[in-house]
Design a protein around this ligand. Structure first.
Ligand SMILES: *[C@@H]1O[C@H](CO)[C@@H](O)[C@H](O)[C@H]1NC(C)=O
Ligand SMILES: *[C@@H]1O[C@H](CO)[C@@H](O)[C@H](O)[C@H]1NC(C)=O
Ligand SMILES: *[C@@H]1O[C@H](CO)[C@@H](O)[C@H](O)[C@H]1NC(C)=O
Ligand SMILES: *[C@@H]1O[C@H](CO)[C@@H](O)[C@H](O)[C@H]1NC(C)=O
Ligand SMILES: *[C@@H]1O[C@H](CO)[C@@H](O)[C@H](O)[C@H]1NC(C)=O
Ligand SMILES: *[C@@H]1O[C@H](CO)[C@@H](O)[C@H](O)[C@H]1NC(C)=O
Ligand SMILES: *[C@@H]1O[C@H](CO)[C@@H](O)[C@H](O)[C@H]1NC(C)=O
Ligand SMILES: *[C@@H]1O[C@H](CO)[C@@H](O)[C@H](O)[C@H]1NC(C)=O
Ligand SMILES: *[C@@H]1O[C@H](CO)[C@@H](O)[C@H](O)[C@H]1NC(C)=O
Ligand SMILES: *[C@@H]1O[C@H](CO)[C@@H](O)[C@H](O)[C@H]1NC(C)=O
Ligand SMILES: *[C@@H]1O[C@H](CO)[C@@H](O)[C@H](O)[C@H]1NC(C)=O
Ligand SMILES: CC(=O)N[C@H]1CO[C@H](CO)[C@@H](O)[C@@H]1O
Length: 788
């Protein structure tokens, strides 16, 4: 940017002397006082000003605004320093200190804000012509307001990793509000409501990122608005303003109501007009109405909140607090009934969803579940010609909205004696419906057709890190509604945080050990909802902070593939770190290989499934994850002997395409299965897993582990030598094959598996195929073999 060119034309330059001789050493640090209305910095082009701005009664914040007011005479604030800590109207000031720090003091006493900068040489503060407030010395920019935006993005200002726009609290209150625009862990730019509960509402959480037109692969995480009105983000999201062109002032603002809008005007004294906005349906913005309340949109009047029947407003001055229940629900079946509310949808917080359920079945289920507050019933088009009724049990009634276009109903659980409430009692359905005029960008039914899963929030877990993000990979394996009743829990409720006492209880005091590995000991347990879990207690995990642990776990939690073990949750309390997985009936591949329970067909299936799981880890998901410890002990088998790769908790996400980073300082893995790179100090890439996978294949074929010695040789060398020696195909296969198979195998496939295995265990990592290529080789050959 050309800012430095204009250095000399700055209206106000503060000097702080230290080593420089041209300025008087005794000169005070410069300051702007709250008491002098003309203590204002103005940009060289006159467009922006910075100074103290009144935000309330005798309350001021240091801000940057457009010098020219709007049509109502109000200033348009684009940045604020101390939005959450306004200062007194007397004796407060912003000072540039000799040390290079800039501070705001309240009433001459407390420092409420500072840039925390240090400089040996004199520094000065300037407001550039793009509205950026810059602190610099003669060499470098020490600090700039563009790096810490509040709720507004100006043209040329970058929104990048670790930056976020945070809405203001309300129209007249500039304090930080609940809505945030930021780049998520999956590189997608999104809008989040972070009030009492947390949920993402843009892009549409019912859509996978790719369906919303977003890419998760570009980790540069940069978004910006150009002066002409084109906004683009590294996740492929972009838009062009309705009034694209030059000579227009623009701001992109995250408004207090949770919508992002692009505003423009031709000049000062004009009204700002909206030239783009993110949400066309305001009731789809979460957090508007709070729990047990329904949002409805009335043209010209805006959004309106109304309580469900039997609930009353908690606080008339703050509708976002929602409504409280007035009746008492017992858990007795014969005392409880349901009230139908048509065209009402409550989003998220599902206890579970159940395809092909009738209303009666759904009612029964809700009655059996004491925590069930009601259920959503709607028809979802599936893989069938007919729509299938779906039942979503609600554990909380949040993000409710009413829309005549919504084809579904909410059944609210109420005491029988309060029935019959009539549906007409719902004031928004009787009065509001007719006035509503809403433009839908798409038929909402279509959106739901594609999904059997709704975005849901982990109960109790409010950490940002564990927000469940619906990514491209999240639903991949679950298009088939009968994919298993087990999976709905996790998919719908996300994964949760468990308490240590819960897990103690589940495992009966960690009594039943079912496995032991480098990372920790695994116990069998039964969760309070009767699910059988494998609970891994990590050794020496306490050197990892809780936040770091949660971040890592949330990465793992996002991975969802039929051939990876499902993680249901975690526990991080004090020094304890535990992971909760689904229990696998048939234990590990290692056990099954040694007990000779696997036929050749099963072995081949397991090879394919494992390759698919690893390929997904490496390439298809949100982030690249290396496993680093692929071995038969970590390949678990479910009741159908379907493989599930487990224990990828030791892995780290990698920047896609990039080499491994420094964090690979410690060697990981198990002797015998470890790629030579680990030992020879070469770069660690996903090819280490390919090597280990190759070793597993050899073991599955030959029945011999990598550390076993056969004729004084390790398996790999032994196999290679046998191949060289052999004259005919069948002779070496017979020599190598696991004798436990008793000659029952498909020679053609053995050959394929061998070929793949040997490619995988190549010493040179670049000669090894990727896991994706492995899958292709196995499957291509599989089809060929069927033709034979
Ligand atoms: C703005 O909202 C915050 C949070 O509710 C509150 O503490 C503060 O007093 C409000 N400020 C004004 C000026 O009303
Ligand atoms: C402009 O300021 C007046 C009072 O100063 C206020 O009532 C009005 O809501 C403001 N308009 C906007 C758009 O903020
Ligand atoms: C990622 O996004 C940035 C900014 O939009 C772009 O410059 C870069 O080319 C993108 N990288 C890839 C690999 O697409
Ligand atoms: C802008 O978005 C459209 C669709 O949303 C996409 O096709 C196009 O590639 C995007 N453009 C850029 C430069 O990312
Ligand atoms: C609900 O229960 C509380 C105490 O358990 C009682 O005080 C209250 O009157 C009950 N409300 C109704 C509507 O029965
Ligand atoms: C509900 O059923 C239980 C036993 O089935 C009975 O004891 C109770 O009195 C019944 N309550 C009502 C309100 O009918
Ligand atoms: C739904 O359930 C009914 C009976 O309960 C069954 O006949 C029907 O085949 C099911 N439909 C689907 C699509 O599973
Ligand atoms: C509804 O809104 C659309 C577009 O905003 C407009 O064309 C239409 O006339 C409106 N209908 C009613 C009944 O207000
Ligand atoms: C949406 O669904 C309707 C009927 O259910 C269908 O006619 C239309 O083509 C669908 N649109 C899209 C974009 O899938
Ligand atoms: C779902 O999977 C089952 C086996 O798990 C299979 O029998 C059924 O045909 C599948 N249904 C669809 C629609 O793919
Ligand atoms: C491994 O490589 C790193 C840097 O590439 C080097 O600092 C270290 O000394 C090497 N270790 C060995 C054992 O060669
Ligand atoms: C979705 C997916 O890749 N599933 C694979 C899981 O593993 C089995 C083998 O047991 C494969 O047949 C599936 O294709």
């Amino acid at each position: 940017m050309a800012t430095s060119v204009f250095l000399l034309f700055l209206p106000l330059i503060f000097f702080s002397s230290s080593s420089s001789s041209t300025f008087d050493r005794s000169s005070r640090a410069s300051s702007l006082s709250v008491e002098h209305a003309d203590d204002v910095l103005t940009s060289r082009n006159g467009i922006f000003s910075a100074g103290f701005f009144p935000v309330g009664d005798n309350a001021y914040c240091f801000a940057v605004w457009f010098s020219e007011p709007d049509s109502e005479g109000n200033r348009t604030i684009v940045w604020m320093a101390n939005r959450d800590q306004p200062v007194n109207g007397r004796k407060s000031e912003l000072s540039v200190l000799k040390s290079g720090n800039v501070i705001i003091t309240d009433a001459g006493r407390f420092t409420v804000w500072s840039t925390d900068t240090v400089s040996e040489s004199p520094v000065f503060l300037k407001l550039d012509e793009y509205g950026n407030l810059i602190l610099q010395n003669s060499e470098v920019v020490l600090w700039q307001s563009f790096d810490s935006p509040t709720d507004t993005l100006l043209p040329q200002q970058l929104l990048t990793t670790d930056m976020k726009l945070v809405s203001s609290r309300s129209q007249g209150n500039f304090s930080s509000g609940f809505y945030k625009l930021y780049f998520g862990d999956d590189n997608v730019l999104r809008l989040l409501y972070g009030g009492p509960e947390i949920s993402v509402y843009w892009p549409d959480p019912e859509l996978k990122s790719c369906e919303a037109g977003r890419s998760t692969y570009n980790s540069s995480r940069i978004a910006f608005l150009d002066p002409l009105g084109y906004f683009s983000s590294s996740d492929n999201f972009n838009f062009t303003s309705a009034d694209y062109g030059e000579r227009v002032q623009r701001i992109l603002k995250l408004d207090f109501d949770g919508n992002i809008r692009l505003y423009s005007r031709n000049s000062g004294m004009e009204k700002w007009t909206v030239s783009w906005q993110a949400m066309s349906q305001p009731c789809r913005i979460h957090g508007t109405c709070g729990p047990n309340s329904i949002c409805s949109y009335v043209a010209h009047l805006g959004r309106k909140c109304s309580c469900l029947q039997g609930f009353k407003i908690r606080d008339r001055t703050d509708l976002s607090l929602g409504c409280v229940q007035e009746f008492n629900l017992t858990c007795t079946r014969n005392e409880t009934g349901f009230l139908k509310l048509s065209h009402v949808e409550f989003f998220g917080y599902d206890y579970g969803f159940f395809p092909n359920y009738t209303i009666e079945m759904c009612e029964n289920l809700c009655l059996q579940t004491c925590d069930c507050k009601g259920f959503q019933f709607k028809f979802v088009k599936h893989n069938h010609p007919d729509n299938i009724p779906y039942c979503y049990l609600k554990i909380q009634l949040l993000n409710g909205h009413h829309s005549p276009n919504f084809q579904g109903d909410l059944y609210l659980k109420v005491p029988k004696k309060t029935l019959p409430f009539q549906e007409t009692g719902l004031d928004c359905s009787s009065t509001v419906v007719k006035q509503m005029n809403r433009t839908y960008t798409k038929n909402p039914e279509n959106a739901s057709q594609k999904f059997v899963v709704r975005f849901a929030i982990v109960f109790g877990a409010v950490e940002l890190g564990v927000i469940f993000v619906v990514g491209c990979c999240f639903l991949r394996a679950h298009q088939n509604s009968s994919a298993g009743t087990h999976s709905y829990y996790r998919m719908v409720t996300g994964f949760g945080k468990f308490t240590l006492s819960e897990l103690k209880k589940a495992t009966r005091g960690f009594s039943e050990e079912i496995g032991r590995g480098a990372g920790g000991v695994v116990y069998k347990g039964v969760l309070s909802d009767h699910r059988i879990a494998a609970i891994k207690r990590l050794n020496d995990a306490s050197d990892q902070g809780e936040a770091e642990f949660q971040a890592e776990v949330s990465t793992i939690g996002k991975l969802n593939h039929i051939n990876l073990t499902e993680m249901w949750g975690y526990c991080a309390e004090g020094k304890h770190r535990l992971l909760v997985y689904r229990y696998m009936e048939h234990g590990s591949l290692a056990e099954q290989l040694s007990s000779n329970a696997l036929s050749w067909e099963k072995r081949f299936e397991i090879a394919v499934g494992t390759a698919k799981g690893l390929a997904y880890l490496h390439e298809e998901c949100l982030e690249w994850v290396l496993h680093c410890d692929v071995k038969p002990q970590n390949i678990l088998l479910d009741s159908n002997y379907q493989p599930k790769v487990s224990d990828f908790g030791l892995s780290w996400p990698l920047k896609r395409g990039g080499p491994a980073n420094k964090s690979f300082s410690k060697m990981r893995g198990t002797r015998g299965y470890m790629a030579p790179e680990w030992v020879s100090n070469l770069t660690i890439t996903s090819k280490v897993d390919v090597y280990s996978y190759g070793m597993v294949l050899l073991e599955m074929i030959s029945g011999k582990g990598p550390t076993e010695e056969i004729e004084n040789r390790r398996v790999v060398r032994w196999v290679r030598e046998k191949m060289k020696q052999a004259t005919g195909m069948s002779s070496w296969i017979e020599m190598i094959m696991d004798p436990k198979l008793d000659g029952k195998y498909d020679k053609f496939r053995v050959e394929i598996l061998f070929e793949v295995a040997l490619k995988c265990v190549a010493e040179d990592k670049d000669a090894r195929p990727t896991m994706k290529e492995v899958v292709e080789m196995l499957l291509r050959q599989e089809n060929d073999s069927e033709l034979v």
